[in-house]
Design a protein around this ligand. Structure first.
Ligand SMILES: [Zn+2]
Length: 91
């Protein structure tokens, strides 16, 4: 929880308040949540790549393992990067 400035009246308002208690203007959290949600899809995809990679790794031949390993690194990297972006978007 943090204090944000109401962009209508300029007063300090809790960012968990749905509206400004002073003027009734809707406050940011809705926007913050939407930004974070936007990045949850890519994280899910990255997880799926990683999980699919583990299964493929167990079933594929030596040559395939190299490709799968690369995909898994990408998936893992994706998760880390998107987690940081989500964390960054959470104020
Ligand atoms: Zn206000």
């Amino acid at each position: 929880m943090a204090l944000v400035k109401c962009n209508e009246c300029g007063k300090a308002v809790s960012n968990v308040a749905p509206t400004c208690p002073n003027c009734g203007n809707p406050i940011q959290p809705i926007l913050i949540e939407q930004t974070a949600k936007m990045w949850k899809g890519p994280v899910l995809i990255a997880w799926l790549v990683l999980i699919a990679g583990i299964f493929l790794f167990l079933t594929t031949n030596e040559q395939g393992k190299e490709i799968v390993k690369f995909a898994m690194y990408l998936g893992f990297f994706g998760i880390v990067v998107f987690k940081v972006i989500i964390w960054w978007n959470h104020k």
